[in-house]
Design a protein around this ligand. Structure first.
Ligand code: NAD
Ligand code: MN
Length: 475
């Protein structure tokens, strides 16, 4: 296989100015935390410290909720929907204007390729604000009522930092709620840039409050007595703890948790297209995707044809500098996540599956993992059951559509699936039997703000996006 040589094409980071240290964003201003604990956020591609943020303590979280409550009662919920919409439109436009800067910042703090932050994350972030801005004055037509819940406590993960913020903040604000949001400890910087955007948009103080910190700050946010609604995206384990903490309170809860999505390829599928979908399904964002197609279910009769083509395609993926415009696979977000991926990949080998990776060189510094494909995987293997949340694909085979559906559904999760066939009847037959919140047909990882997203079973409950996404913020 001929490997193409490219000259490096790095995006300039000069467009981004990162402060050495950030305070909390409460009541419209950056304010020093009472807690003196700090967290350093690094660039996972070279382990360079980027900035230091406050780790908010209980008193800081109290302050954020007090500001959010005041803003809810005095300013935001009394405001006519059309006026709220204007602020959201303004935020969406500022995001578009600053898109390049935000894309570079996201790539620096998270490690994901600039190609993705520029072409996927940022366009979707703006689209979410535009979409929900449009609903703000039309709540009466939704059939969901017009009453906001109050103050929303929102905790988000590190895999799509600004996009998860948009998924949470845009519908909450459109419906008239105010928010206290905690970004993930390894990726707080775009949320803090968003705080600046709220200031730039003239958003009334207290409508959006951003408290940085790790798990204990998250716990303080979701268990705060002033929270009327809790929205969480992250691991199933933490989701369970939150469900327990919220049980028996008046708080409304939505959880968007893990997944172990199946990508089902039937023998009549367009193979090259399916290969593209399999690659984007598992290697998009280094596989740090809750709806990743991490289990490939390929019909036995075409496995021998498909797998060599898949490997040939993977050999062309370029791994390296996230800011390089040619990069397909960036850095693993943190040392902890890298350790988790390594542990599960080692378990795959130990249980008898066969791992394969292209011989691509890895940078010397930073957190990296080669794209990896495991064959000889059975349903009992840990790599077939557990969410790896990394660039690791497990390949299983099936003979009949019934077997494909049974294997796809044989998981405690139920977030996503992909189906590849040229036959419409087989597509519908399969899709209607899959217990997954999203089923993609001859494509994968396609998102639209108008389309609700969420899971079955241990993937969580509630939907984000679309009209259903508003339901979670109206009472
Ligand atoms: P996590 O669930 O621990 O972290 C997600 C967010 O929750 C972060 O902001 C974190 O600070 C916060 N948090 C942690 N403990 C909390 C608590 N007790 N109460 C409230 N908030 C808390 O996820 P992680 O440790 O970063 O990743 C672990 C695994 O979770 C990954 O390997 C992956 O399998 C999965 N994961 C899934 C998603 C997803 O989108 N579904 C996102 C991130 C991680
Ligand atoms: Mn970081």
């Amino acid at each position: 296989m001929e490997i193409f040589e490219y000259a490096p094409a790095p995006e300039s980071r000069a467009i981004v100015s990162i402060r050495p240290s950030y305070d909390l964003f409460i009541d419209g201003e950056f304010v020093a935390a009472e807690s003196d604990r700090r967290i350093v956020s690094v660039n996972p591609a070279d382990e360079e410290p980027l900035s230091e943020v406050a780790a908010a303590g209980d008193a800081d979280v109290d302050r954020a909720f007090a500001a959010a409550r005041r803003a809810f009662e005095r300013v935001w919920s009394p405001l006519p929907g059309a006026e709220r919409g204007k602020y959201l439109f303004r935020i969406a436009r500022i995001i578009q204007e600053r898109a390049r800067e935000l894309a570079v910042l996201e790539s620096l703090d998270n490690g994901k390729p600039i190609k993705e932050t520029r072409d996927v994350d940022l366009p979707l972030v703006a689209q979410h604000f535009f979409y929900y801005a449009g609903w703000a004055d039309k709540l009466a037509h939704t059939g969901l009522g017009t009453r906001p819940l109050g103050v929303a406590a929102q905790v988000i993960p590190w895999n799509f930092p600004l996009l998860m913020l948009a998924w949470k903040v845009a519908p909450a604000l459109a419906a008239g709620n105010t928010v206290v949001l905690k970004p993930a400890e390894t990726t707080p910087l775009t949320a803090l840039a968003f705080a600046e955007i709220c200031q730039e948009a003239g958003l009334p103080p207290g409508v959006v409050n951003i408290v940085t910190g790790a798990g204990d700050t998250g716990r303080a946010v979701v268990s705060h007595p002033e929270a009327d609604k809790v929205a969480f995206t992250g691991s199933t384990e933490v989701g369970r703890q939150i469900a327990r903490a919220v049980a028996g309170t008046r708080k409304r809860l939505t959880l968007e948790l893990g997944g172990k999505g199946a990508n089902i390829v039937y023998d009549d599928a367009a193979v090259d297209q399916a290969v593209e979908g399999i690659v984007s399904g598992i290697f998009f964002n280094q596989g740090h995707v809750c709806c990743a197609g991490s289990r490939l279910l390929v019909q036995e009769s075409i496995a021998e044809e498909l797998l060599p083509r898949l490997r040939a395609r993977i050999e062309l993926l370029r791994l390296g500098d996230p800011l390089d415009k040619n990069t397909d696979i960036g850095a693993i977000n943190s040392a902890a996540q890298l350790a988790r991926i390594r542990e599960l990949a080692a378990a795959g080998e130990a249980e008898g599956a066969t791992g394969w990776s292209p011989a691509c060189p890895l940078p010397e510094r930073g957190y990296w993992f080669r794209p990896t494909v495991f064959t000889g995987v059975t349903q009992a293997h840990r790599i077939a059951r557990e969410e790896i949340f990394g660039p690791v694909l497990s390949v299983l085979t099936f003979r009949t559509p019934e077997e494909a559906v049974a294997k796809a559904n044989n998981t405690p999760y139920g977030l996503s699936a992909g189906v590849w066939t040229e036959k419409g009847s087989l597509m519908l037959w399969t899709a209607s039997r899959l217990r997954a919140g999203v089923v993609w047909s001859n494509t994968f990882n396609v998102f639209d703000p108008a389309s609700p997203f969420g899971g079955y079973k241990e993937s969580g409950y509630g939907r984000e996006g679309g009209l259903l996404g508003l339901e979670a913020y109206l009472g």
